[in-house]
Design a protein around this ligand. Structure first.
Ligand code: GTP
Ligand code: ZN
Length: 206
């Protein structure tokens, strides 16, 4: 996580970024509307720059959030449970950093507790923190795994993402329906192939 190219430490990233004003953001949207061949002054588009600026706040809310705040609250009272915890089929939407068009997919996240567990929703929230940024699929996968490993300190983390990239479906090569799979394993998942196999078979079980 100390890699300067890693945007996990969003406060560092944001410190280097000077946010434009609302006016500047809306002017940029008007420019892109003209670039697309539109007239930003026609009635239907008058409020569009304001709407786009507002929707960017939601789509890219991950820059304002920190995995430490989400994964910091843990509890130990789980009756001695120390086996795998898997949250699967977490739907996510992200945007690729190359074309700024959607990446749509599912995340499957498991960890092997070491005394402490975390609220299940916090796993899905961690996916959201990293998905709601400009991303590559590899980066989201590694960031989810590394942040859970670093903050919760479990015996291991397994993350698998499967996603369709709209930049491959709607433009460029225009291949609809292809799916990209990425995985990151840490700790016992990385060192023990049997744990990886168990993770994979639980994901595929209906
Ligand atoms: N590895 C990786 N590549 C991605 C991801 N999202 C998009 N890409 C790829 O990023 C590449 C960017 O390639 P460039 O040649 O710089 O851009 P381009 O001319 O728009 O490429 P085409 O999509 O082939 O038209 C493309 O091959 C995309 O498919 C991702 O999450 N991970
Ligand atoms: Zn892309």
């Amino acid at each position: 996580m100390d890699n300067p190219r890693d945007n996990t430490l969003n406060s560092d990233v944001m410190a280097a970024v000077q946010r434009p004003s609302q006016e500047e953001a809306e002017a940029a949207v008007r420019t892109l509307l003209r670039w697309a061949g539109e007239n930003p002054d026609r009635e239907g588009l008058l409020d569009t720059p304001k709407r786009v600026a507002k929707s960017y706040k939601e789509l890219f809310a991950g820059y304002e959030e920190n995995p430490e705040d989400i994964l910091g609250t843990t509890f130990e009272e789980v009756g001695g449970y120390d086996d795998l915890v898997l949250v699967k089929d977490i739907n996510f939407h992200s945007h690729c950093e190359h074309h700024m068009v959607p990446i749509i997919g599912k995340a499957h996240v498991a960890y092997l507790p070491d005394g402490e567990v975390v609220g299940l929703s916090k796993i899905a929230r961690t996916v959201e923190v990293f998905a709601r940024r400009l991303q590559t699929q590899e980066n989201i996968t590694a960031q989810i795994a590394n942040s859970i490993q670093t903050i919760l300190k479990p015996r291991g983390v397994a993350v698998l993402l499967e996603a369709e990239h709209m930049c491959m479906a709607m433009r460029g090569i225009r291949k609809q329906g292809s799916s990209t799979i990425t995985t990151t394993f840490t700790g016992e998942f990385r060192d023990n192939v049997n744990e990886q196999v168990r993770f994979m078979s639980l994901i595929r079980a209906s």
